[in-house]
Write a protein that binds this ligand. Structure first.
Ligand code: PMP
Length: 424
């Protein structure tokens, strides 16, 4: 299948993974301009957690659009911003009680970088192998998911140190706990040899790796990082841009690890597709930010706020976080069965509706080509899936949290046929 591209008037920096000339979306489905229907199990990269155009969210946006489209946050007080903060607070631990809002994930990561530097007076940040934190220069400096994101953009922000992640030590003969110990030892070693605790403002990690391969690390890894941060008085940032708002079967992935961050970065699922992101921290930390030293023109946009407030109500009232856990377990189980039948599927993992299915080639190499074949074969049968991982060797499943068992059954039928065809 040869893929469409945009006209010459549009930058080719965007790759295009499908041929779908999209017209509209409804729930888990997308429709092209000829009326062809697709199952969208990408959720626009983990954004449309309530499904495409959830009627309640659309209605909230419609109502707001008749009243105010832009209410600049520093010129006007808008009680909607307080309403938004209080609805997010309800789904977070008490300590995470103060917020700053922005538009995109990368922007929120930039805010976190600026806050930790400003609040601690320390310059350096430690990130972890395989992490994806965005494309703006600061966020990109923390991103090590694939070199294509970084190539040609050097020099990036200074003061960044990359620590190992247990997933990328799989080639070693160590078991998972040994790998965790190894990685935590190396983290301490970095503090001892490259950036001292006195110069290290924060560490940032995705508690479950997204673009890096849909990897759930052992609990002890995330807990170990928290302990090291506490021991050396270093702030811990969780980037939950992809894992937040019910995606992993909990409101936030950190709940799986029984570890809380000092700063939580949020975006994507927060507003069902409208641009909104932010950081959440304790008020004491947030108050160290000098008034006027950070901000932007647009955020939070009134339409995005209306969408977010309604999205959070829908998650709660339609029990979508529970559905994410329930349907996620169902999908995980079924994919395990497929794995047991197909030696090219070497791992199936995830939490809630964030599930990765890792493939290898016949000769044992990372399954880049097979994964792409499977993805395209699924697409030609009406199922949209994405890949991830350093070699794009992982098929990732990120369906809307409204997905039903029957939708999963239908998609798995397509997936299994596509898998068989791809293996020739
Ligand atoms: N962090 C994570 C964990 C993400 O998944 C993403 C987006 N895929 C980002 C940051 C960047 O967000 P944005 O594309 O909105 O800038």
């Amino acid at each position: 299948m040869s893929l469409k591209s945009y006209s010459d008037s549009v930058s080719k920096v965007w790759p295009l993974f499908t041929n779908i000339d999209v017209d509209y979306g409804e729930g888990i489905f997308l429709y092209d301009r000829k009326g062809k229907k697709y199952i969208d199990f990408t959720s626009g990269i983990g954004v449309t957690n309530t499904g495409h155009c959830h009627p309640r969210v659309v209605n909230a946006i419609k109502k707001q659009s008749e009243k105010l489209l832009h209410g600049q946050t520093t010129i006007l007080y808008n009680s909607m911003i307080d309403e938004l903060a209080s609805s997010i607070k309800k789904i977070l631990p008490d300590e995470l009680n103060c917020m700053f809002f922005s538009n995109s994930g990368s922007e929120a990561v930039e805010s976190a970088i600026k806050l930790v530097r400003h609040a601690t007076g320390k310059p350096n940040i430690i990130c972890f192998q395989g992490g994806y934190h965005g494309r703006s220069i600061g966020a990109l400096s923390l991103t090590t998911a694939k070199s294509v994101y970084r190539s040609g953009y050097q020099p990036l922000m200074s003061g960044v140190f990359v620590s190992p992640h247990p997933y990328f030590k799989q080639h070693s003969n160590e078991n998972s706990e040994q790998r965790v110990k190894h990685c935590l030892d190396e983290l301490e070693h970095i503090l001892n040899t490259q950036t001292s605790p006195e110069e290290t403002a924060a560490m940032i990690i995705e508690p479950i790796l997204g673009e890096g391969g849909y990897v759930v690390p052992p609990k002890s890894f995330i807990q170990g990082i928290r302990n090291i941060c506490d021991k050396y008085n270093i702030l811990l940032i969780f980037d939950e841009i992809q894992t937040g708002f019910g995606r992993t079967g909990k409101y936030f992935a950190f709940e799986h690890f029984k570890v809380k961050p000092d700063i939580l970065v949020i975006a994507k699922g927060i507003a069902s597709g409208l641009p909104l992101s932010g950081i959440v921290a304790n008020k004491k930390l947030m108050d160290k930010w000098v008034t006027g030293s950070h901000g932007g023109t647009y955020a939070p946009n009134p339409l995005s706020i209306a969408a977010a407030v309604e999205t959070i109500k829908v998650l709660e009232e339609e029990k979508l976080v529970h559905n994410s856990e329930d349907i996620g377990n169902y999908l995980l189980d079924k994919l395990q069965n497929i794995k047991n039948k197909h030696p090219n599927v070497i791992d199936v993992r995830g939490k809630g509706l964030m599930i990765g299915c890792e493939l290898i080639e016949e000769d044992g190499q990372s399954g880049t080509y097979i994964a792409e074949k499977v993805r395209k074969n699924c697409l030609s049968k009406g199922l949209i899936l994405l890949t991830c991982g350093p070699y794009n060797q992982v098929i990732r499943w990120i369906p809307p949290l409204t997905t039903k068992k029957s939708d999963i059954d239908r998609s798995l039928k397509i997936f299994e046929i596509a898998l068989k065809q791809s293996l020739g």
